[in-house]
Design a protein. Structure first.
Ligand SMILES: Nc1ncnc2c1ncn2[C@@H]1O[C@H](COP(=O)(O)OP(=O)(O)OP(=O)(O)O)[C@@H](O)[C@H]1O
Ligand SMILES: O=c1ccn([C@@H]2O[C@H](COP(=O)(O)O)[C@@H](O)[C@H]2O)c(=O)[nH]1
Length: 233
């Protein structure tokens, strides 16, 4: 059976314990979840990590474009942390960044990335967002998934799937086991932004939204078990 090519979107919070933005324990847990999942399944893994643990891109004294650049830079920091923690756990990774962050990461180059993924035995990490302001790392994940022709996008988050409304704000929200891209877009479900859903719809890459904080869930998703919510055509 051919290896599945998977784009895993981690939130910045996966590196944080709440009191410190990047905590050793959270990094270790995240890496252990990845390691135990990839060692038990045939998978070519690429990762995009958000910046919500450090920067959310808003401040009245900072222009939106500047704030967005800061957010993209934070994803470089988080990616560097993840890359080192993977290395400590004995896992190889290759870090590519949008825009030049010379000396910190290699520039994103699609052909090189695909060669790297095909050689296997590495986790490719995409830093620096799309390289453009006004976007998010969810959209980055959808974009990179399309560029590398991923089979699926996994959104690792703090909720156990897609709900009719934000379950953290609405106790009556109802969970979907599955839904179509069109439904997700029409219902304005804010678990991911419009651009990310729309790009995955155009490229026919399914999205699985699952609770990353339940131990073993990533492994279950990669092994094809029904976890979370799947959004597909
Ligand atoms: N319809 C919905 N179904 C499920 N969750 C939803 C929905 N609408 C909004 N949410 C919220 O979306 C959040 C998604 O968070 P996500 O994992 O993207 O973290 P983030 O804060 O954006 O991370 P980062 O900025 O680091 O990428 C969930 O915590 C959830 O509360
Ligand atoms: O392509 C991109 C990606 C991200 N940004 C900015 O970075 C922050 C952090 O990303 P999250 O997805 O919210 O974790 C985002 O809010 C934007 O400000 C960007 O401009 N372009």
């Amino acid at each position: 059976m051919a290896a599945k090519r998977v784009l895993l979107k981690l939130s910045g919070e996966s590196l944080s314990d709440g009191s410190s933005s990047i905590s050793a324990n959270s990094l270790l847990r995240t890496v252990n979840e990845i390691k135990s999942a990839v060692t038990c399944s045939r998978v070519q893994l690429a990762v995009v990590i958000g910046a919500g643990n450090i920067w959310r891109g808003a401040c009245k004294f900072i222009e939106r474009v500047t704030a967005d650049k800061m957010g993209m830079l934070v994803t470089v920091m988080n990616s560097l942390a993840l890359s080192d923690a993977l290395a400590k756990a004995g896992m190889k990774s290759n870090l590519f960044s949008a825009n030049g962050v010379s000396g910190f990461a290699e520039n994103f180059n699609r052909e090189k990335v695909i060669r790297c993924i095909e050689q296997g035995n590495t986790t490719v990490i995409f830093a620096g967002g799309t390289g453009n302001p006004f976007f998010t790392t969810d959209t980055t994940a959808a974009l990179r998934a399309a560029e590398i022709k991923a089979d699926m996008l996994l959104k690792a988050t703090q909720v156990d799937g897609v709900y009719s409304a934000d379950p953290k704000k609405n106790k009556d929200a109802v969970k979907f086991n599955s839904l179509t891209f069109k439904e997700a877009l029409d219902k304005h479900l804010k678990i991911m932004d419009y651009e990310a859903f729309s790009l995955c719809m155009q490229t026919n890459i399914s999205i699985t939204v699952f609770d990353f904080y339940k131990d073993g869930n990533l492994k279950k998703v990669l092994n094809g078990e029904k976890v979370g919510t799947i959004v597909e055509a």
